[in-house]
Design a protein around this ligand. Structure first.
Ligand SMILES: [Zn+2]
Length: 425
């Protein structure tokens, strides 16, 4: 094996990826007035290790840190200086005031590793004239809800009433591709109370911060943003265009009455085009109905969009209907790619949020809520652990070997063996 290939493999190893995360942690300012014996980065590295090792709770991590395998890994792999791991109580106290924005840098650094080693190539999406673009589905999801427990970040519902309650949501976005099993999450954006405001945060405001961060971190990346119908409005589309990106957004009958009416009118005029593809192998029919340059709504400054209606009929005769708006020109040659791209929006639900909540990462699990930002920081670290794993699954031969060892590979099995797997490496 050539030196270049060996170097690529080295950069996709757990050791290198975790070292990259640790280097970023060194730049986070230590807020403690009295610097105690345990270095500040040991708190950050230990908290990341807890998420990466999929520990159920702070208490479980606290108990297991002295076990031979864990103790070895914490020192050698997670680079916890002298192996001095803080107690669960100290971990809560020290992580709580850290500004969550500090945890965004490692996402960019890890993404750069994927980029410079050519692993991003597998995510390139081609559609008509668009060659080297990447699909980025973005959406929000719930993290926490309580009638009693709250922190400074909490949004509030039923304020001042008997049933007042507190919640956190988070906005996530990943680079995806129709043929890729893995996803590459970019830095998430907490949907929580913002400094200096009394109003609750919401998804439509948070997406502006999320996209601004993406543009800041990856100014040259050519993106196609995939969104749910909630975001199919003039301001969001104008913002995506301003950043020089493209979009494929779900359109829904109830939310886009005038758009549907405009499509029907164009249909009556004979302007709407049709295209059908029959997949004989899968016995599935894809029917497309499309028009370019349709006015999105009746507002004064309405965006012009291209509309794609799509019906898939499977071998049992069952039909599924979708409708998207996009700025990609719709032709006989592009409608199938736009459809495949649009359907990738589900990767943020299925392969990201569902995995983070139900397949070992416990995104919704409350490790502890804290008074300031603890819950948000744990959520960011969970996403970060997920990104390290996804990069390894994408490009690390040793990780792939471990994941695929049994006839039916499961992540849960791998997470159980995870600590020992590192020790044996
Ligand atoms: Zn809170």
């Amino acid at each position: 094996m050539g030196t270049l290939a060996q170097e690529k493999i080295r950069q996709f190893s757990a050791t290198y990826l975790i070292k990259t995360v640790s280097e970023c942690f060194k730049k986070i300012p230590d807020h403690r007035p009295n610097k105690c014996i345990i270095p500040f980065t040991n708190f950050l590295k230990s908290a990341f290790a807890m998420m990466h090792l999929k520990c159920d709770s702070l208490l479980a991590f606290d108990k297991e840190r002295f076990e031979k395998v864990n103790s070895y890994n914490l020192k050698k792999l997670y680079l916890v200086k002298d192996g001095t791991v803080p107690s669960d109580t100290r971990m809560r106290e020290v992580l709580d005031p850290v500004d969550p924005i500090e945890f965004k840098t490692p996402f960019k650094k890890l993404f750069n590793i994927v980029q410079r080693n050519g692993a991003l190539k597998g995510f390139e999406f081609k559609c008509g004239k668009l060659k080297d673009h990447y699909l980025l589905p973005v959406d929000g999801t719930g993290l926490f809800y309580s009638g009693s427990c709250r922190c400074d970040d909490c949004c509030i519902i039923n304020k001042g009433k008997k049933n007042e309650a507190y919640y956190h949501n988070i906005m996530g976005g990943c680079i995806v591709h129709p043929t890729q099993k893995t996803v590459l999450p970019l830095a998430p954006e907490a949907i929580c109370k913002q400094d200096g405001t009394t109003k609750n945060d919401c998804e439509k405001v948070a997406i502006r911060r999320f996209l601004a961060q993406v543009k800041h971190d990856h100014p040259q990346l050519k993106l196609i943003i995939l969104l749910d119908g909630l975001y199919a409005d003039n301001p969001t589309i104008a913002l995506i265009r301003e950043y020089g990106w493209h979009f494929i957004i779900v359109a829904k009958d109830g939310n886009h009455v005038s758009l549907i009416e405009a499509m029907n009118e164009l249909y009556d005029q004979g302007v709407v085009k049709h295209h059908t593809i029959v997949d004989k192998q899968k016995n599935t029919t894809h029917r497309f109905r499309y028009a370019n340059n349709v006015t999105l709504n009746l507002q004064d400054v309405a965006e012009q969009v291209n509309v794609l209606d799509y019906i898939e009929t499977d071998k049992y005769g069952n039909s599924h209907v979708w409708c998207w708006i996009t700025d990609i020109e719709l032709t006989e040659n592009t409608v199938e790619s736009v459809m495949r791209g649009g359907r990738c929006r589900w990767h943020i639900e299925n392969q990201t949020f569902n995995t983070l909540k139900n397949k070992g990462y416990q995104l919704e699990h409350s490790y502890d809520h804290g008074e300031y930002h603890l819950a948000t920081n744990f959520a960011y670290l969970t996403f970060l652990a997920f990104l390290v794993d996804q990069i390894q699954e994408l490009a690390c031969p040793r990780f792939q070997q471990a994941l695929n060892k049994p006839a039916k590979p499961t992540r849960k099995r791998l997470w159980k063996k995870f600590p020992a797997y590192f020790l044996l490496c």
